[in-house]
Design a protein around this ligand. Structure first.
Ligand SMILES: C[S@@+](CC[C@H](N)C(=O)[O-])C[C@H]1O[C@@H](n2cnc3c(N)ncnc32)[C@H](O)[C@@H]1O
Length: 317
């Protein structure tokens, strides 16, 4: 086993994830789906803990999946890795309705993307603006920044970054790119910094954090995939099985919270935003009335875990 291999990413709230998995009856000989394999951190812990368990793993990024493939190879046929978006899980799980013990989601991107992918996810080092996780994204971050209108950029930054200075930032970007295209992360970060009044720059948080988050979400169409995937996952979950979801910003967390709430009330319809007509019995019990957060000790060891929020629901038997 590659015990001394260094990975970029430290799995977040792994003790809590394992504890919720261990509460599922028959977990030791069941099928668990890791919807966001990344470098395989959580997957490896799960496979190590229960040696009769089979793991299906989804990952949309080929490059990081290759790392997971090597890491998980000692587990042989107990691991089935699938290079696809988790929104397509229905395609790969066909025939397994009511049989899967757990779905694990660890949303967003991995430390590998920030530190090792060279695709321009981090504002702290000079890289080309790209941010694509796979070939399904037609647009790169470069295309968005250099071709979208001021209005479109404003909406993106405020909707997906919840950025208070969206309009000013968008205007500054448009002025800057009129001189020459904005090609790199540092050029973009510097443009954003200059657009935010000095007295409103928040200490300890880089002023470009929200803009980079918004771009990544748009380029990879991240949020609609979450909603679509959750709606399908519940069909494949066995009674007593659990969905475990780790979110890293309020937009992700809201989708999970709303979906769990609807299921707990017996709603399984697709009427997002409309009045629900379902009269069914509850589909799940929510096991986390409030989302769990990482312990202080974990945040100290892994500061990137600090924004994590963990929610879990269990399908009713
Ligand atoms: C936070 S990382 C997962 C880390 C992993 N749990 C670990 O412990 O190593 C999230 C991963 O999910 C992948 N991802 C994001 N959205 C996805 C989607 N819609 N379908 C499949 N994979 C996705 C990203 O490429 C990234 O590698």
């Amino acid at each position: 086993m590659e015990e001394d291999t260094q990975y970029y990413h430290i799995p977040v709230m792994s003790q809590e994830v394992l504890a919720f998995l261990s509460g599922i009856e028959g977990i030791e000989s069941s099928v668990v789906v890791d919807c966001t394999v990344g470098e395989g951190g959580h997957s490896e812990l799960i496979l190590k803990t229960w040696n009769g368990l089979t793991l299906y793993g989804f990952e949309r990024d080929k490059e990081i999946l290759a790392i997971a493939q090597r890491r998980l190879s000692p587990y042989g046929s107990r691991v089935v890795l699938i290079n696809d978006n988790f929104k397509n899980l229905w395609l790969h799980c066909k025939g397994k309705e009511n049989s899967i013990a757990a779905f694990l989601y660890d949303f967003g991107i991995s430390s590998f993307h920030f530190d090792g992918s060279s695709r321009g996810f981090a504002f702290s080092k000079e890289e080309k603006l790209d941010m694509r996780l796979d070939d399904s994204s037609k647009l790169s971050a470069y295309d968005v920044i250099n071709n979208f209108s001021e209005n479109e950029l404003t909406v993106i930054f405020s909707t997906y970054g919840q950025e208070r200075w969206s309009r000013r930032i968008a205007r500054r970007i448009v002025q800057k790119r009129d001189e020459k295209p904005i090609e790199t992360t540092l050029e973009l970060a510097e443009t954003v910094v200059k657009a935010i009044p000095r007295q409103y720059r928040v200490k300890n948080i880089h002023p470009a954090t929200r803009v980079f988050q918004a771009l990544r979400i748009v380029v990879n169409d991240e949020l609609s995939a979450i909603n679509a995937s959750l709606k399908d996952a519940i069909r494949f979950l066995k009674p007593g099985g659990r969905i475990i979801a780790l979110s890293f910003h309020s937009l992700e967390d809201r989708i999970v919270k709303d979906r769990f709430r609807r299921w707990a009330k017996g709603c399984s319809c697709d009427n997002d935003g409309a009045v629900c007509q379902c009269t069914g019995t509850p589909l799940v019990t929510v096991l986390t009335k409030k989302p769990l957060q990482p312990k202080e000790t974990e945040i100290m060891q892994n500061p990137r875990s600090r924004s994590a929020r963990l929610r879990v629901c269990q399908k009713v038997s």
